[in-house]
Design a protein around this ligand. Structure first.
Ligand code: CTP
Ligand code: MG
Length: 237
């Protein structure tokens, strides 16, 4: 059964700040998005790749980042106003996909994923229908109310910090997006698994990696440089 990767990379990186959007910033001589794509494809499990990018960057991404001459059919599509809409546009760009085929969604700004993480999440999605990777939370997590007062403390032993890749049977991911868009909620989904949870369907948790960080704020690039120097070359070292 084919695996189709969708990589949302159409954000503007407001929390990162600075000039070049983080997905195009260089990390060890290579744009972050190019590294992410390289690792995604290095596992040999991905049949098609859809990069979802800002409309203004479509041509540059096609000529500079889309893999050429590899054993994968790759395309770039224009993103939307938020991550949820960008993933939806990626789903639409896939065209005809059978219900049981696997869609792998991975943030363009997580360049430190590894082939085993990808393989485990795909396997779990084939079995359960939907899967995310994540890591046990090292810190205690509290819910805080609007007043700034703590409402409650979650049981840390059950708290996971959620990462991507996430993987889904096509029919489930598509329905999850459609139902979320139909519902009256204004809330935007910050990952795809939460939309599947909303349908009442199971989502498996597989083992992520603490270094599989999402480059979000400036100090994350310091960490990323340290990972690269320490030989964490995104699974290709
Ligand atoms: N993303 C996207 N389309 C959007 C917004 C986000 O494809 N309209 C992508 C980002 O490019 C990133 C992933 O979703 O790969 C995770 O989003 P996030 O870390 O929030 O990135 P940004 O939205 O760019 O950053 P910020 O929220 O700080 O503006
Ligand atoms: Mg964002």
């Amino acid at each position: 059964m084919a695996v189709h990767a969708i990589v949302p990379a159409a954000g503007s990186g407001t929390r990162m700040g600075g000039g070049v959007p983080k997905q195009f910033r260089e990390l060890a001589g290579e744009p972050v998005l190019a590294r992410t794509v390289r690792v995604l494809l290095s596992c040999g499990k991905v049949d098609t790749l859809t990069l979802v990018v800002p409309p203004a960057d479509l041509e540059a991404v096609r000529s500079e980042i889309l893999p050429q001459g590899q054993d994968v059919s790759a395309q770039a599509a224009a993103g939307g106003a938020d991550r949820q809409e960008s993933v939806w546009k990626g789903i639409l760009a896939l065209g005809n996909v059978a219900p049981d085929e696997i869609i792998l969604v991975h943030d363009g700004v997580r360049p430190f994923l590894t082939p085993p993480v990808i393989e485990h999440v795909i396997q779990a999605a084939r079995k359960t229908g939907a899967a995310t990777c994540g890591v046990p939370s090292k810190d205690t997590i509290k819910l805080v109310g609007k007043s700034g007062l703590v409402e409650s403390t979650l049981d840390r032993s059950r708290c996971y910090l959620v990462q991507t890749p996430q993987a889904f049977r096509y029919e489930i991911l598509r329905r999850a997006h459609e139902e979320w868009m139909k519902s009256a909620t204004e809330a935007r989904a910050t990952d795809d698994a939460m939309m599947v949870e909303r349908l009442g369907l199971p989502v498996a948790m597989t083992e992520g990696l603490y270094e599989n960080i999402k480059l979000t704020t400036p100090e994350d690039f310091l960490l990323a440089d340290a990972f690269v120097r320490g030989g964490r070359l995104g699974g290709t070292a």
